[in-house]
Design a protein around this ligand. Structure first.
Ligand code: HEM
Length: 182
């Protein structure tokens, strides 16, 4: 099984049932009732109503101390009590991609404190980042989060905080899809 390339298939059936789907910024995507996440390959595949492809990649901006802390605290996906999920495809603007690596890191970590904010919500929120930009996909990132119902309010607070940061002013397309495990 390929453990780095995944297809997220929006369809009429699947392991995760959609409870809400909101285009927060930019063009919406077609409504679906279920999402299935499957191990895949780079071969273009059009399954279900839509398919979004993402790759688990190396870290770009995280320095050793943060990396060690993350590895020590974070939980994996697939915990039985984590029955809720969020699938949030995100695209950043050309202005973001025109910045140099060190400028992007400054905005994410020094000014927006992305990791520091996020760390407060571990291990309750399990997360996985998939990269899509380099394979010609419509989004740059596919983000996936899993949590127990008791942590749903904390997850909302995390999103509210991150979306007010300078980093988010570079987000030009964001679809917020919420799910419950069947
Ligand atoms: C990237 C941590 C929540 C969206 C990152 C990175 C870290 C991180 C360490 C940098 C990866 C690298 O070095 O390349 C966390 C933690 C969270 C959290 C601990 C707590 C649950 C979120 C949420 C969202 C999000 C709620 C969006 C809805 C992203 C995106 C990137 C990213 C899009 C890639 C940014 C880029 O490369 O430009 N996150 N994050 N994260 N995170 Fe989060």
């Amino acid at each position: 099984m390929n453990t780095t390339i995944f297809d997220f298939i929006g369809d009429h059936a699947g392991e995760w049932k959609v409870t809400s789907m909101i285009a927060l910024k930019g063009e919406p995507i077609e409504s679906v009732s279920h999402i299935q996440k499957i191990s895949s390959s780079l071969v273009p595949s059009k399954k279900g109503i839509w398919t979004l492809k993402g790759i688990v990649s190396n870290l770009r901006y995280t320095e050793k101390e943060d990396k060690d802390n993350l590895v020590a605290i974070q939980e994996d996906l697939g915990r039985s009590e984590a029955t809720l999920a969020a699938f949030i495809p995100i695209r950043k603007s050309e202005a973001w991609w025109n910045l140099a690596q060190d400028e992007r890191r400054k905005i994410m970590e020094n000014k927006s404190q992305h990791t520091q904010i996020g760390m407060k919500y571990l291990p309750a929120i399990a997360r996985k980042l998939f990269h899509s930009r380099d394979i010609g996909e419509p989004f740059d990132f596919l983000t996936w989060f899993e949590y127990a119902p008791a942590d749903a309010a904390a997850f909302e607070e995390l999103l509210e905080t991150l979306r007010k940061t300078e980093e988010w002013s570079y987000v030009d397309r964001e679809i917020d899809i919420r799910l419950v495990r069947i």
